[in-house]
Design a protein around this ligand. Structure first.
Ligand code: SF4
Ligand code: SF4
Length: 320
């Protein structure tokens, strides 16, 4: 039994975590990215070439058609940089016809590329929610984590998105994502959102809809950094000590399925990064509609990052 399940059992009496619903389908189009961030759990970079094939995409759409009406309320596209996928726009348009909410996890800087200036208006026309990574309101911290020049490009991208209504008009949501620059837990999400709002408005005149704080997962490049600095065990201890049983009900794996670019199914994008498949007989996209919402979630010690403090998910903190 892993350390995470030991903590779960201590508070629930059972060393297992069961799913609750299939409300969100997260779709990873591939790890190719225009950036190469230090904290990336997936090891995404411009050199990665894996991408979802047309066959898998079509199988996915067929499965979404077969889901009971109302079972899935959100489809979320992620990567890498999902916008780099050659069928990105076609998929967005088809998903918008199938599910009430479509969200794209964007690195923001893609919107500054000269040949992608029509991307944001396209997303606006489809009322897609944008969730962009901006791990600090200070240039030095962002550039250290994501690469030189990314802060200025991100600010310019947000400014342009604001002119299209994103982050300004409630119809076009622009969410920003914070994660710590070191081996600590995120601060209080509400208080940090107030600071972000003030700093970004006063210094750059830009706006956003909400801030999500995410705890760094001890996997991928962040784990490699922890190891280099001899901090892996200390971070594990920090996550264990901060275990919060109140986060268990809202853990994102209990309310979603993650579809990998190769068609495999996972309980979340972190398990995808680790190659830990879902606990079902054939965890492939062709069986998505038949996947039981109440399956036993596949877990590991990394799950402690989701239950530490206020909890963590792709949507931010889990409890106040
Ligand atoms: S964290 Fe996001 S933007 Fe950065 S390399 Fe990974 S996928 Fe790309
Ligand atoms: S890492 Fe994934 S499986 Fe583990 S608790 Fe978090 S969301 Fe659930």
């Amino acid at each position: 039994m892993n350390d995470f399940l030991r903590h779960v059992a201590r508070f629930t009496g059972t060393p297992q975590l069961l799913g609750r619903s299939l409300g969100t389908i997260q779709i990873n189009l591939g790890p190719r990215c225009t950036l190469e961030c230090h904290h990336c759990h997936l090891g995404a970079s411009p050199r990665r070439e894996e991408a979802m094939s047309r066959e898998i995409m079509e199988a996915l759409l067929r499965q979404l058609h077969q889901l009971p009406h109302g079972a899935c309320h959100t489809a979320e596209l992620t990567g890498g940089t999902p916008e780099l996928h050659p069928s990105f726009r076609e998929l967005v348009a088809k998903l918008c016809a199938l599910v009430p909410t479509v969200r794209v996890r964007t690195n923001l800087v893609i919107h500054q590329e000269a040949d992608r200036q029509d991307l944001a208006p396209f997303l606006r026309d489809h009322q897609v929610i944008l969730t962009g990574s901006l791990p600090c309101y200070l240039e030095e911290n962002v550039d250290r984590q994501r690469g030189d020049g990314t802060f200025r490009q991100s600010i310019a991208a947000i400014r342009r998105l604001n002119t299209l209504g994103y982050g300004v008009d409630p119809r076009w949501l622009l969410e920003l994502v914070y994660n710590p620059g070191d081996a600590t837990l995120p601060p209080d999400q509400g208080r940090l959102e107030t600071q972000y709002r003030q700093q970004l408005h006063d210094r750059f005149g830009i706006h956003f809809s909400r801030l999500a704080t995410i705890t760094n997962m001890p996997i991928g490049r962040f784990r490699a950094d922890l190891r280099r600095q001899g901090q892996e065990q200390a971070y594990h201890t920090l996550l264990q000590r901060a275990f919060n049983p109140q986060t268990l009900e809202q853990l994102m794996c209990r309310h979603q399925i993650s579809v990998g670019w190769d068609g495999r199914l996972f309980d979340c994008d972190f398990n995808l990064a680790l190659g830990i498949p879902m606990n079902t007989p054939h965890p492939r996209v062709e069986t998505l509609a038949a996947t039981p919402a109440t399956r036993a979630i596949a877990t590991g010690d990394h799950c402690l990052a989701c239950t530490a403090g206020a909890g963590s998910s792709c949507g931010g903190a889990l409890v106040a």
